[in-house]
Design a protein around this ligand. Sequence first.
Ligand code: TYD
Ligand code: MG
Length: 457
Amino acid sequence: MKTKTVFSCQNCGYQSPKWLGRCPDCAGWNTFSEETFSEPKSSAGGVYSAITNLSCVEPLLLKDVENKEDIRIKTHIAEFDRVLGGGVVKGAVTLLGGDPGIGKSTISLQISNQLAKGGLKILYVSAEESVQQTRLRAERLGAANSERLYIVNQTDLSLIIEYIRKINPDCVIIDSIQVIFSPEIPSGPGSVSQVRECAHILSRLAKAEAISMFFIGHVTKEGAIAGPRVLEHIVDTVLYFEGERHSSCRILRTVKNRFGSTNEIGVFRMGSFGLEEVSNPSEIFLAERPKRASGSVVTAVLEGTRPMLLEIQALVARSSFGYATRRAEGFDYNRMNLIVAVLEKRLGLHLENDDIFVNVAGGVRVEDPSCDLAVAVAIVSSFKEKPAKRDAVVIGEVGLASEVRSVSQAPLRIQEAQKLGFSQCVIARNNLDADHEYGIELIPVVNIQEALDAVFD
Ligand code: TYD
Ligand code: MG
């Protein structure tokens, strides 16, 4: 048997005949590893026949194509359905990524159970854990007596395809895609080529037979799913499960979605009976807010269609070393530096010798620029050691001239603040809308200074 060696980037799949220190395609360092290719063991039948036998469809005129609505199946786990854009789409392939131990297998089993309850036939391919282990977990989750939920411990792709053919399921879960291999694919198990080919074959099958598939993938140290870019191209939807290991809060985020919006998040809490939905995240995120501390400010961000109140914390401390440290947790580091520069230049604050730490409480990562103003106020509050008004919410984007800019969907954010019992809302003047009446006092501001005047007594 002929064998060939090639070096391929484990990050993006780029191939080279020689080892390279840096990938010319994705610019990753030290990502190359050697893969051995051998001639395929058999050419007839096998995994490729599964997709080459798929019925051939002639091209149609676009205007003649039937207008079929996506068929969505609700899992009745509202947080999950919303992230997917309204439920599991028939024939769609979803990649669920996250750190080991974050709860990917747990949520997959819960989804399987829910779908099975709804009358679907599920095949759960538990490639990493034995069926007994999965059974134990299912007992904890109350999913052990589920009808129509089949489970198998298998890593060989051709056998998995055989089971799919035999059982004819509506939904298949592959836990995890990284350990699936096929001897017919000419490269070693676990390599990027294997993962990509297996994912490709399975997703072709999903499309052809209208099976909804979930691929579970681990995240590498660098924070990307091993072979991430190749897998992201293949699937319809990419979900990431995030959260800090020691906190019970878990956030499910859409990175790509062919069937819905990509900025929805789902909030869960890991409990003793699996993942529980958190339908009022603001309460959770504000639960441990300190009573009267400087450097703590509440803001309202919008994640997808849902407003959420978050506590922004800042700590400004005299640097004990020669140079000042800056760190941002859950907030963009460069954006924090920009806000610090605005505070120094426009408000004359002397922050150059201070360490500055900014943190979004609860382990949430925010990208919404509407929390700029809250970050600015929190930094000033800590710097001056003056607590900001406790029952005020601060919303606004900050510009380089220290102006406060308007944010999108202000009414939703204001209503959320009102709902949680806040009495004042500091917001960009341009966001004021005479037609709306709220049960909360609005304080319009045009620059950072006005916001500071409003929140400090
Ligand atoms: P798991 O779903 O196995 O993670 P992944 O598949 O992403 O690697 O989750 C494992 C963790 O979840 C483990 O630390 C135990 C915890 N857990 C609970 O706290 N409660 C539960 O009901 C279950 C099933 C797991
Ligand atoms: Mg797992």
